[in-house]
Design a protein around this ligand. Structure first.
Ligand SMILES: Nc1ncnc2c1ncn2[C@@H]1O[C@H](COP(=O)(O)OP(=O)(O)OP(=O)(O)O)[C@@H](O)[C@H]1O
Length: 953
């Protein structure tokens, strides 16, 4: 039937019930604009396929009007300019007429009984599947780990703990600063995935160094089933070309999930503006140490991200080396995340000095054997959190929230998370193999230039240095002696990597490939794949990958166990970044670090400084950067002087300071970070919960039923895997996530981790969520009829029983995120026509077991005949359900009250110390909270499905 749309008419979305009831604002050509006042959203649809159903309440229905919300019992309809005018009786018993525009936008269009009375009766197995779907969805959404169980990853506690902590927040803004290779990408992916599944994030932008775009694209798809669109200039042009001249298409609005490089935004002001205009719920920025900031100079990269960050509610910054460019940059990035908390650099620096006393206080609070009346500690508590905190402590000795407040307001904040290799444990060893070589004559002239000594080949003709530099011969020998070992070589400059690669390719039979910032994305991935080939496919591939410094940042090469440092970077963080290419999750062997160097040059001294001063080769040195900052000038001088007297002393002093700083950090910042980053006990609970909610047996049983009912063909494949194919007899022409070719899948995580060609089907897989969505947003199984034989004594034959299922619906603007407090829940009521409430006596499963099919013709006759009785049953059920609605709302309000109080108190506490928090911010928060409380109070139970059963002998 062709739908006719006219301004003023009320329509409801048949895919998004939560939008409430909309009205047509205008119809222009082949498009219509509809406004949903309940959620303050406007949608534009093509008139020929708008997913809308006309709202027309039948006579006898009680409807509410907008505003004062008076109730009108409908007695008749008339039409005016294609719109409905309802006639009815109001609460005072007076006759009234209302235009449909006056209808309450929060009301629901009740469909199941309309279908039943119209003779559209579903199979009872469809009804059962619908109810089962609701129960599963409810259970999943209630689980704390919903959104974390579906990704194709090993459940590692240090990652899941962070993801679990962060993902529970509304619009989280955090710095994920795990040491190199511990899985920040995975943590960010988990958080994003969870936020998308819980519908807190719809649009996300990921900004990464250009070299990492493809890796992110693949990781998001392969591990998280998230399809990102990569935008670069070429793609933007293509998208713009698709539009006509008048419509200005913003390419950033062409997809919900967009990935682009930072340089693409910094180098193109127009693209940056378009990104800013597009509107996002979350932004992720990888390798965030590139966002340089100091009091004197703000980099373009920082400015670019800052302007986006101020508009986007949720922000994840990722860096393994948060303090790489000093405390100023670190502070500035924290400020991007939480300007209320980090507002003054100097205060922040002062605060860092107080981490030790804050940690002492935390230890005292944590220790069960602490003396509760320790006056010194109580004074400290008052100093940091005020008198109320002391009173609260003395009342019940409950310390969890005090510790959280201390960490948040005086510790590393709730924005910074950092796991270290030491805290995670289980990483392989690292070994240093150094090789002393004689510096060749051609480099002799450069002895006073430090840069030149560290990268002596710079500026020399490639043919010359390749022939003279003994590192080249050493490299060839090493490769020939170790033909079976894959090795990653890193050097400072792309030119060096390229020259070496060409040399090996032309002069030897060694398979080599280069990887640097000058290659485009495809070339780079081809090089990485060629290097990985043996590990993945049983092919030989390249033995050596020669990388420049920037080219290799963030890449995963843990399948190799050997790293050659062709030169050394003058920065401990860069050294760690290099080693981190191999020293990452998934590395199975001891990592052998090979460092050739020239005798009696800066190279030798630098190697010794790193090794003896910082122990930076064999172990991560978390204080490397701060020690480097202290000694940098002296080190630079010492590296190029020929005299060694002071150098040994410099190493001794560096080592002493490193040990001391490490000790301090362990007692101060690190302890605080550890408390924030991984509570092992809690992390295990998260994993246990995750395994319980996965419940693969239940999932496979449920999906078997779905495949059966929808006509999807399922065949066993190997142990634990199966093949799915579409068939000609499917209910719908499409099944979510199933293409014409079909797919191979497994419910087993371990198998999915080793077999990337298989889909990992979990409760969170798009096929499952798509199926759940398809069932619950359609009419599938929402009205059915059956007969049941119950023992006479209990319910006599001829009795009509109604089983009705309600879901809670609470239309509200999406930014308020009401669903945080009001997860989907359903209410079941069973009544009979003797006015008895059978909800407890007659369980859903019982009816399932007893239900008998009644043929279609008889069903329709019986329904027509019993229509008044069925209507009365529905009215009775609605009345019985009402108190449950009040209970659900009350529980939601209680849940809301707790977080609302915490959020407000935190902002008020921060406002006392931070002059940048304006009174309006607090007022805004209060107003939002008030609005949210109002929407919650308006939540309504909506009749979702009904089953009428006729009792037989
Ligand atoms: N839970 C996991 N299951 C399977 N593989 C994982 C998991 N966590 C991390 N990995 C793998 O370990 C490697 C390192 O992870 P990732 O790239 O997320 O680390 P990172 O901390 O972002 O590294 P970098 O500091 O270099 O940017 C990747 O190959 C990733 O796929």
């Amino acid at each position: 039937m062709i739908k006719e749309f006219h301004p003023g008419q009320r329509w409801v979305s048949n895919t998004e019930a939560a939008l409430g009831i909309g009205f047509i604002e205008k119809v222009e050509g082949r498009h219509l604009t509809i406004i949903f006042p309940a959620v303050d959203e406007t949608r534009v649809y093509a008139t020929d396929n708008a997913p809308l159903n006309r709202v027309k309440y039948p006579v006898g229905e009680v409807i509410s009007t907008e505003g004062e919300g008076s109730k009108i019992n409908i007695t008749g309809h008339s039409e005016h300019n294609h719109c409905i005018v309802y006639k009815g009786i109001d609460e005072n018993g007076e006759e009234v007429q209302i235009h449909e525009l006056e209808l309450d936008s929060f009301s629901q269009f009740s469909q199941p009984q309309d279908r039943l009375f119209a003779g559209q009766v579903d199979k009872t197995t469809h009804f059962e599947l619908r109810v089962a779907t609701q129960e599963h969805l409810h259970r999943q959404q209630q689980s704390d780990s919903y959104g974390l169980a579906g990704p194709r990853i090993q459940p590692l506690s240090h990652q899941l703990y962070i993801a679990h902590q962060v993902a529970r927040r509304h619009a989280p803004r955090v710095l994920l600063a795990d040491e190199v290779g511990l899985g920040k990408t995975i943590e960010a992916g988990l958080i994003l995935h969870q936020q998308i599944l819980t519908e807190r994030v719809k649009r996300a932008l990921i900004v990464v160094p250009e070299t990492l775009t493809h890796q992110w694209l693949v990781e998001m798809l392969r591990r998280f089933n998230l399809h990102f669109t990569v935008l670069d200039e070429e793609r933007c042009f293509a998208i713009e070309d698709e539009g006509d001249e008048e419509t200005h298409i913003n390419p950033f609005e062409s997809a919900q999930l967009v990935l682009c490089s930072l340089s693409f935004l910094t180098e193109n002001p127009m693209r940056h503006q378009q990104a800013a205009d597009a509107g996002w719920d979350m932004m992720i920025v990888d390798e965030a140490h590139h966002l340089n900031w100091s009091e004197k100079h703000t980099s373009n990269e920082y400015l670019c991200i800052e302007s986006l960050a101020s508009k986007i509610p949720s922000l994840l910054l990722l860096t393994a080396t948060p303090e790489q460019l000093g405390v100023e940059g670190h502070f500035a990035r924290l400020r991007l995340l939480d300007p209320d908390r980090f507002y003054d650099l100097h205060k922040y620096v002062e605060e860092e000095k107080n981490y030790k006393p804050v940690n002492d206080l935390v230890q005292w609070l944590q220790d069960e054997n602490s003396e509760p009346n320790d006056t010194k500690m109580l004074a400290e508590l008052e100093k940091y959190l005020g008198k109320e905190a002391v009173a609260s402590y003395q009342k019940d000795y409950e310390t969890d929230h005090l510790i959280q407040d201390l960490l948040d307001r005086h510790g590393t904040g709730r924005v910074l998370y950092r796991n270290t290799r030491d805290s995670v444990g289980g990483f392989p060893e690292r070994e240093l193999h150094s090789y002393v070589l004689e510096a060749p004559e051609i480099y002799a002239a450069d002895s006073n230039d430090l840069e030149q000594q560290l990268h002596p080949e710079n500026g020399h003709d490639a043919d010359n240095w390749l022939a003279e530099d003994p590192r080249v011969e050493w490299l060839e020998d090493w490769l020939i002696e170790n033909p079976k070992d894959k090795v990653l070589l890193i050097c400072a400059h792309a030119e060096t990597a390229l020259a070496l690669e060409e040399h090996l390719r032309l002069r030897t039979s060694i398979n080599a490939t280069a990887f640097h910032e000058g290659l485009n994305i495809i070339e780079r991935d081809r090089a990485a794949a060629y290097f990985a080939a043996q590990a993945k496919d049983g092919e030989i591939g390249a033995q050596i990958l020669l990388c420049s410094e920037i080219g290799s940042e963030g890449r995963n090469f843990q399948f190799a166990h050997h790293l050659i440092l062709f030169d050394l970077p003058l920065n401990p963080d860069l050294l760690e970044q290099r080693i981190g290419r191999l020293d990452r999750i998934g590395q199975t062997s001891t990592i052998k670090i090979h460092a050739p160097f020239f005798k009696d040059t800066a190279q030798e001294k630098l190697l010794n400084w790193y090794h003896q001063g910082l122990n930076a080769f064999q172990h991560v040195c978390p204080v490397g950067h701060s020690i480097f900052e202290v000694f940098e000038n002296e080190l630079r001088r010492e590296l190029i002087t020929t005299d060694n007297d002071n150098f040994d002393d410099l190493i001794t002093r560096s080592k002493a300071l490193a040990d001391e700083t490490l000790e301090q950090m362990q007692q101060g910042r690190d302890r605080l970070l550890e408390l924030n980053s991984c509570n092992k006990e809690h992390a295990e609970e998260v994993i246990d919960e995750l395994i319980t909610t996965m419940n693969t047996a239940e999932l496979s049983g449920y999906m078997d039923a779905v495949f059966d009912e929808y006509g999807v063909d399922q065949q066993g494949h190997g142990i634990d895997s199966f093949i799915l194919k579409p068939t000609d007899h499917m209910i719908n022409s499409d099944f979510p996530g199933l293409s014409d070719e079909g797919l191979t899948a497994t419910y087993q995580r371990d198998l999915a981790l080793s077999r990337e060609d298989m889909h990992f089907i979990s409760w969170e897989h798009p096929m499952v969520t798509g199926a759940i969505d398809m069932i619950l947003t359609s009419e599938f199984g929402n009205a059915t009829f059956c007969s049941i034989a119950l023992k006479k004594a209990q319910v006599p034959a001829g009795t009509l029983i109604l089983e009705s299922i309600y879901t809670i619906n609470c239309p509200a603007p999406s930014f308020l995120q009401v669903h945080r407090y009001l997860p989907v829940s359903s209410v079941r009521v069973a009544v009979d026509n003797h006015n008895r409430d059978l909800s407890k006596f007659l369980k859903h499963q019982q009816i399932n077991q007893l239900a008998e099919r009644v043929n279609k013709r008889t069903t329709q006759d019986l329904i027509q005949h019993a229509r008044p009785q069925i209507q009365t049953l529905i009215d009775t059920a609605n009345k019985l359900a009402k108190p449950q609605q009040a209970k659900i709302i009350e529980e939601a309000q209680q849940r809301f009250a707790v977080t609302a109080k915490d959020d407000l108190e935190r902002l008020q506490a921060l406002a006392k110390v931070n002059p940048n928090i304006r009174a309006e911010e607090i007022t805004q928060l209060e107003e939002n909270q008030k609005a949210l409380a109002g929407y919650l109070a308006n939540a309504q139970l909506k009749l979702d499905a009904i089953r009428v059963a006729l009792v037989t002998e």
